[in-house]
Design a protein around this ligand. Structure first.
Ligand code: AMP
Ligand code: MG
Length: 310
């Protein structure tokens, strides 16, 4: 399977592959036509840049024109893992990859199949392997649901994290979180030794990470965020309940209890969104996530759920 995938990548085709976060739609980052094919297949807006996936830290220097010491420290601590570094790009990095931005996003995924593919083929652009706007794929069957059988998928089972990487821009004197993920801002701050700020969306300004302006991750069902339990469960709604609670009766099949297990909710969120559509629920109601909880995982969950609502 791997040999065939490598061949396809080298011939300019795309291959879907597992990472620890979500399935990626991989193509040779140095082949303009292959990258263009990724945008066309996904229906992705051209100004939403792609992350380049590498298999060794030293490849940072092949794509970034400047690598601040803090970026190296972060790569050494968190790679392979769910952290994406946005750095000034080298001039030879294709504009189509970076959406015309002067920066490039880089990450080393923590999955043996992904690393093998990158090592044998080349660094890969790899946005999530879904049609733009849809929930990201966390299982091979999600890729097939969006693209049919025409795309080769390396099967790695279910992704263990289930939400996309934390994206940060690393400048000489500070770090900016462009997309929250599993890794806590405080942890980034202590490893990098630089202050970390979080980009709060300002409607009057273009976002620094173009992808953040698009509706994303959305099932057909209406997604609701709620702080409180409903007085009565409605049969046309799929409930994902975060806090610990006990039920007097047997838990109905449209109610999923997470008992404060945020990692489990993160792992399952997109699969639950897709399940809601397959089972034709009108709404998905996610109950009990607290805005005041500043951990990476809660902020990442709220970020994805809000995008799914917009
Ligand atoms: P995806 O691969 O679908 O998870 O999306 C990649 C995310 O990384 C999107 O939100 C992009 O906007 C963001 N991204 C990629 N490259 C850059 C860059 N050079 N500067 C800022 N954000 C970027
Ligand atoms: Mg995506």
């Amino acid at each position: 399977m791997l040999d065939q995938a490598v061949k396809r990548i080298k011939s300019g085709d795309v291959v879907a592959f597992p990472t620890e976060t979500v399935y990626g739609l991989g193509a040779d980052a140095r082949n303009r036509d292959a990258v263009d094919l990724v945008f066309r297949l996904k229906g992705r807006p051209a100004d939403n840049p792609l992350i380049v996936h590498i298999s060794e830290i030293k490849q940072l220097f092949d794509f970034a024109s400047e690598v601040p010491e803090a970026a190296l420290k972060l790569a050494e601590k968190f790679w392979p893992g769910p952290l994406t570094l946005v750095l000034p790009k080298k001039s030879e990095v294709l504009d189509i990859v970076t959406g015309g931005l002067p920066t490039v996003a880089l990450r080393m995924p923590d999955h043996p199949l992904a690393l093998d593919l990158i090592r044998e083929a080349d660094p890969l652009v790899a946005p999530s392997a879904n049609k733009s706007g849809r929930p990201s794929p966390t299982k091979p069957e999600h890729v097939e649901a969006d693209f049919g059988k025409k795309i080769m998928v390396l099967d790695g089972g279910a992704c263990k994290l289930g939400l996309e990487s934390t994206v940060i821009r690393v400048d000489q004197n500070e770090i900016t979180v462009l997309r929250p993920g599993h890794i806590d801002p405080q942890e980034i701050e202590s490893v990098a030794g630089l202050p970390v700020k979080t980009e709060k969306p300002d409607p009057s300004k273009a976002p620094e990470s173009p992808g953040m302006k698009y509706s994303h991750y959305a099932p057909d069902a209406q997604v609701e965020l709620s702080t409180d339990l409903p007085a009565k469960f409605s049969s046309d709604t799929f409930y994902l309940i975060v806090p610990k609670m006990s039920m007097d009766t047997e838990t109905p099949e449209n109610v999923i209890l997470y008992s404060n297990n945020y990692s489990k909710l993160a792992e399952e969120l997109y699969d639950r969104f897709r399940q809601a559509d397959l089972q034709e629920y009108k709404n998905v109601s996610i109950i009990g996530l607290r805005e005041a909880d500043e951990t990476g995982i809660v902020q990442a969950l709220l970020n994805r759920i809000r995008k799914a609502q917009s």
